[in-house]
Design a protein around this ligand. Structure first.
Ligand code: 5GP
Length: 204
């Protein structure tokens, strides 16, 4: 049976808080792109901790990517799909994409499992920015993509990320776990029971 890890809203909040200084020091994001649905809540919480006094809030854009297909009601663990599907993407108008050129863009998701989704997101965003930069005669190399996840599972990855992201301190995972299944609070249908399970695990 797959081991399950229950994470409370409170823990998610504190994981974002604990990573904020490193994100400010190493990444200095101008913009966040949250991968939905798991990246939305962490991105919003993180924004509160990386807001600098006298500066506007860091904008959050959303993309929707889907890799996992549900097996049915009799299982609580989802089976990995093989292909990433875009369910939502950035507005590809040149004005919108031009906004990314030369920026420090922080991609936020809840978990890095096989890395397939993150690989897809980085590759596609890089290629969209390159196309926008080319059309405008600007340099796409100035755009720096970074990644923040709450949990990284320490396991062989199917996807890969650019070396300058991994080696250049532009990949931040608040926690590294084993190959467990993580239950996030926003997926809970009974949040009180979810919190009881999280508290029980934390007490161990
Ligand atoms: P990857 O592409 O890295 O294999 O998986 C990314 C996506 O799979 C995540 O954004 C998430 O939606 C889903 N996923 C992978 N592992 C877990 C897990 O342990 N718990 C939950 N709730 N979702 C997971």
């Amino acid at each position: 049976m797959v081991e399950k890890l229950y994470v409370s809203y409170n823990e998610v909040h504190k994981l974002c808080q604990a990573s904020a200084q490193r994100i400010l020091d190493d990444i200095k994001p101008n913009l966040m792109i949250a991968i939905g649905g798991g990246g939305y809540v962490p991105a919003r919480i993180l924004r509160s901790f990386i807001k600098r006094p006298g500066h506007p809030n860091i904008p959050i854009q959303a993309i929707g990517l889907s890799l996992y297909e549900q097996l049915g009601n009799d299982t609580e663990v989802e089976k990995p799909g093989t292909k990433v599907t875009r369910t939502q993407w950035l507005d590809l108008s040149s004005l919108e994409m031009a906004n990314l050129i030369g920026k420090n863009v922080l991609i936020v998701d809840e978990v890095d499992d096989t890395r397939t989704t993150l690989e897809y997101a980085v590759k596609e965003l890089q290629s969209d920015v390159a196309a926008a930069a080319k059309a405008l005669g600007r340099d796409a190399e100035d755009t720096k993509f970074s990644i923040f996840v709450l949990h990284n599972k320490d396991k062989p990855k199917k996807g890969s990320l650019p070396a300058d992201v991994i080696d250049g301190d532009r990949y931040i995972a608040a926690v590294t776990t084993g190959d467990v299944w993580i239950n996030y609070p926003w997926e809970a249908t009974d949040i009180d029971e979810h919190d009881r399970m999280a508290a029980k695990q934390a007490a161990k």
